[in-house]
Design a protein around this ligand. Structure first.
Ligand code: TEU
Length: 562
């Protein structure tokens, strides 16, 4: 292998602990459950596990509201359970990346509790962002990402505090060097435990604009769009450089910034190959393409995005970062709908075909691929019918605000939007087998299991050599064997631009070329890509190859040498 870094050659598997495996039958997944399933993850062939937050939490946002950064959520287990998980993972050659949630803490965190006391002599007051009311109102027009204003008034001190997310998630004040020092200290403490890196939650939001001005506000919108102002703030790169010096450069870690609102130019800084900030970013543009055209509704819609728009975006990122910075590759995560339902086709006829097609398209691009638990089984959206089925506060709050309070959409329409975009689609329990509750738990799970578990489950996949699982296993193995998949130059096939059905691109390294041809539709189409006779097939999702004829969701990947 040439000079690529280990995390550039790696594949990451994301585990949402609450929904992975319940070992003590309380209906909630836990650390021991994950440890029990490490062999399964190992079998897939990935290199790294990313664990969504497992820390002590007020548990209003799936653990993204941390009340103690150095303690384990008792519902998930004990510190010794974590140590055991880490140890077993390492024995199997798997690395463990933790979630770092430091744009905000929980309101129950000791820092926030201490910060409630107003006064210059209280060092903790300035750990958060407190402001006086302006004309008896919130200090500015910002809305929270989880509905309502981004400010909550504290009677006792007569000031508001800022929370870009729920009111139980107060934003930390990164302009305060003491706060930054406390965070770096905490990160170094985790390093001593032997972890292998951090995924950094909304790290692009940590530097707020000077003076906290009002944000642009769309016609029907209730609040200003804070996201537009807080993303990639003036000091974010300075703070990440500092973190790099104080923490990251001391470890051979994998680091990925969840950089909501990141542009290509900003990504070139966050994820520059010189290693001065982070290894890579999660960009969100391809996740926003099917959002509502009406900004007042944000992501809530049920429209599908066409291939041309999706491809244009992915290609843009492939090209812009090449040779300068590093990207991650993902189709879904714990905040997003299931990929096969969103960009593929989850009908029984096409589910497996389209899941494989999407997998191949992603895994042959340049970047570090992330697989979200269950994606390797072709798990689908859950299609809940009632509001009462949902647990996620983003979905519930949005429903109340948009349907009941503002009456911007009717009930049925909003329920259809939730079916498409609710984060709970990703969070239904992992489907292990066809026994009760999909083998996830003996108890009623905290969120209902997708009723399709009888058919779609890990046990069935492992018995079927043509399953989505083994297709992913092959993609991962190829990445480990062929440097071209990590390093090769990406090119869209020139005739592919504007094609409504087919995505075709090449990767190239020295004399080698890989050609990926994928049909994103349920139509049969004909495309003639000149292929040298010597080309061998690396993967395909139909048993045979009918050359220029591409069947529904067909994908073919060839490799040849000049
Ligand atoms: O998500 C950040 C983020 O950008 C969200 O607003 C995301 O766009 C939304 O969830 C999609 O519907 C991160 C975490 O991944 C998410 O689970 C947390 O709720 C959020 O930060 C707050 O910590």
């Amino acid at each position: 292998m040439t000079d690529s870094k280990w995390w550039q050659r790696a594949v990451v598997y994301q585990v949402y602990p609450k929904s992975f495996q319940d070992s003590d039958n309380d209906g909630i997944g836990d650390l021991k459950g994950i440890t029990q399933r490490l062999d399964y993850i190992k079998k897939l062939g990935v290199d790294v596990i990313w664990l969504n937050p497992i820390y002590k939490t007020s548990n209003i946002d799936g653990g993204y509201d941390i009340s103690d950064y150095q303690a384990i959520n008792p519902t998930l287990g004990k510190m010794t359970d974590f140590e055991e998980l880490l140890h077993k993972a390492h024995q199997l050659g798997l690395k463990v990346m933790m979630d770092l949630v430091v744009n905000h803490s929980s309101f129950e965190h000791e820092w926030f509790q201490r910060s409630l006391v107003k006064g210059k002599e209280n060092p903790y007051r300035d750990y958060y962002i407190w402001r006086d009311p302006v004309a008896g109102h919130e200090p500015n027009n910002w809305g929270s990402f989880f509905s309502g204003p981004a400010w909550t008034y504290d009677e006792a001190s007569g000031q508001y505090y800022l929370h870009l997310f729920a009111k139980e998630q107060p934003d930390l004040n990164w302009d305060n060097p003491r706060l930054r020092h406390s965070i770096f200290e905490m990160m170094n403490w985790w390093a001593t435990k032997g972890i292998d890196g951090f995924r950094m939650d909304v790290i692009s939001f940590i530097s707020k604009p000077e003076g906290l001005p009002d944000a642009p506000q769309g016609a029907q919108a209730l609040y200003g769009d804070a996201g537009a102002l807080v993303a990639n703030g003036a000091h974010v790169h300075q703070y990440l450089h500092e973190m790099n010096q104080e923490v990251l450069k001391k470890h051979d870690w994998i680091t990925v910034g969840e950089t909501a609102g990141v542009t290509v130019d900003e990504a070139l800084k966050y994820a520059a190959l010189d290693g001065s900030e982070l290894n890579m970013v999660f960009q969100f543009e391809h996740m926003g393409l099917d959002g509502n055209k009406n900004p007042a509704l944000g992501k809530w819609d049920n429209r599908r995005v066409g291939l041309p728009e999706l491809r244009e975006n992915l290609v843009k990122w492939q090209k812009a970062l090449a040779g300068k910075a590093w990207n991650s590759l993902y189709w879904n995560n714990h905040d997003q709908p299931r990929v096969v339902s969103r960009f593929g086709n989850d009908s029984s006829k096409y589910r497996v075909l389209s899941a494989k097609m999407l997998a191949a398209v992603l895994h042959f691009m340049q970047g570090t691929p992330y697989i979200y638990q269950g994606e390797e089984l072709g798990m689908t959206n859950v299609y809940f019918k009632e509001l009462a089925d949902y647990r996620d506060l983003e979905s519930l709050n949005a429903y109340h605000e948009l349907v009941e309070q503002e009456k911007l959409v009717d009930k049925q329409t909003m329920l259809s939007y939730l079916q498409v975009h609710s984060r709970d689609n990703a969070r239904t329990p992992m489907q292990w087998d066809d026994s009760r509750n999909a083998g996830f738990s003996e108890q009623t799970p905290w969120l209902q299991v997708n009723p399709n578990y009888k058919k779609i489950n890990a046990a069935a996949a492992l018995e079927d050599p043509t399953s989505v699982f083994y297709f992913y296993q092959r993609l991962i193995k190829l990445r480990h064997e062929l440097p071209i998949i990590t390093e090769g130059k990406f090119e869209l096939m020139p005739e592919n631009e504007g094609d409504h059905a087919v995505f075709a691109y090449t990767r190239q390294l020295a004399k080698q070329t890989i050609l990926v041809i994928a049909n994103f539709t349920a139509e049969v189409v004909t495309r003639n890509y000149d292929l040298p006779h010597v080309a061998k097939t690396l993967v395909k999702n139909y048993p045979d190859d009918q050359k220029e004829k591409l069947r529904p969701y067909e994908v073919k990947v060839y490799m040849y040498e000049d």
